[in-house]
Design a protein around this ligand. Structure first.
Ligand SMILES: NC(=O)c1ccc[n+]([C@@H]2O[C@H](COP(=O)([O-])OP(=O)(O)OC[C@H]3O[C@@H](n4cnc5c(N)ncnc54)[C@H](OP(=O)(O)O)[C@@H]3O)[C@@H](O)[C@H]2O)c1
Length: 228
């Protein structure tokens, strides 16, 4: 059976590189983007078994509608890559409520909704991978070095990873992990970043292709465990 993968923010940057890598692994790839034209353009560029799915992670209804439609057309989604991200740069004393809301929607509420919708079928089928694209900027161990809205919500995504992994029965072939791509040349990472999107995608692709005897509930960078 061809695995079906869904990548949020798959239209550009690291998400696009993850989608490209999953296609090379032989997956059917659902490229989720909030803009229909962008998602379609990405699928044309990918030029394989890639299909656009339109969802703005700020909208619960949009997520639910998109998943209902996608699972009806493409069947159960085996691999969820929660990759979409935003970086609000203000200090705590400057951030407006809507800035916090935007970061929370994209990094926490959207991934949690997708997990709620997709994890039950993964457990039923005894096959699934959820990979949360986080950041060292949200790591307590790395002193939460990112801007506040980004760091706090990536730390929350890490916490969501731990709590979701804990709902997977021991021994199930369903794994939920977080990863940090490193500092990557993308719209978010900027032109001075040392890593290509393909290099940033590597650990997510590695996690997506590990067998049943693989970790659950851990945080990785460059294929190595890192501390929360
Ligand atoms: N680049 C780095 O150095 C770095 C380092 C550590 C972690 N990360 C993480 O890696 C992931 C990918 O980052 P990137 O560097 O590839 O960033 P990017 O090029 O800025 O891409 C961000 C993606 O997220 C999507 N997105 C933003 N808001 C959304 C929303 N409301 N609904 C749906 N999609 C939304 C964007 O869609 P649009 O095209 O429509 O805006 C875009 O596809 C992020 O989670 C980021 O935090 C990146």
């Amino acid at each position: 059976m061809t695995p079906v993968s869904l990548v949020t923010g798959g239209n550009r940057g690291i998400g696009f590189a993850i989608a490209e890598g999953l296609l090379k692994l032989g997956h059917k790839v659902l490229v989720a983007g909030r803009n229909e034209d962008e998602a379609e353009r990405a699928c044309q560029l990918l030029n394989g078994d890639a299909h656009p799915v339109v969802m703005d992670l700020a909208s619960q209804d949009a997520i639910e509608d998109a998943i209902t439609r996608a699972t009806a057309i493409y069947s159960d989604i085996d691999i969820l890559i929660n990759n979409a991200g935003v970086m609000d740069k203000g200090a705590v004393t400057e951030l407006a409520a809507e800035d916090w809301q935007r970061s929370f929607d994209v990094h926490v509420k959207g991934p949690a909704t997708l997990t709620r919708l997709l994890l039950p079928a993964m457990l039923k089928n005894n096959y699934g991978r959820i990979i949360n694209v986080s950041s060292g900027y949200g790591s307590y161990n790395e002193k939460m070095a990112g801007p506040p809205a980004y760091a706090v919500t990536k730390a929350a995504l890490n916490a969501l990873t731990v709590k979701t992994a804990a709902e997977v029965p021991v021994g199930a072939n369903v794994k939920v992990n977080a990863m940090c791509p490193g500092w990557v040349h993308s719209r978010m990472g900027g032109p001075g970043a040392p890593l290509t999107p393909e290099e940033g995608a590597d650990t997510a692709l590695w996690l997506a292709s590990l067998d049943s005897d693989s970790p659950n509930g851990m945080f990785f960078r460059q294929r190595k465990p890192i501390r929360w």
